[in-house]
Design a protein. Sequence first.
Length: 131
Amino acid sequence: MDCKDQLSDIRRQVFICEQNVPEELEWDEFDSQAQHVIALNSQKKAVATGRIKADGHIGRMAVLKSYRQQGIGSKILLALLDIAHDKKLESVYLHAQTSAIVFYEKFGFSCSSEEFLDAGIPHKSMYKNII
């Protein structure tokens, strides 16, 4: 299984199956352009993923249910922030599910919008200065 299949499997399980995001909203033209990270468990099975687009938009962060609360999401986010730093981006932004805002705040993100719905799920835009 290649990396694209692995990250697709994770996103399908988390977003489409678990959170009921319509499949047509999950896949977009940015997947081929974005830089992706994948976390593997000790058996080399992909358990988490995330991506960053050239403009600093972090998204599609997903951790398989049985691997949550183990710091894997933090490692994915830190890897994406490292990519942003290496690309010399001034800032990054994301659309956080409201249930995850506290998680992102721990990494210095601040809310920058009112609540809005994305795929029927409440979100807020957040940003973080890198430089």
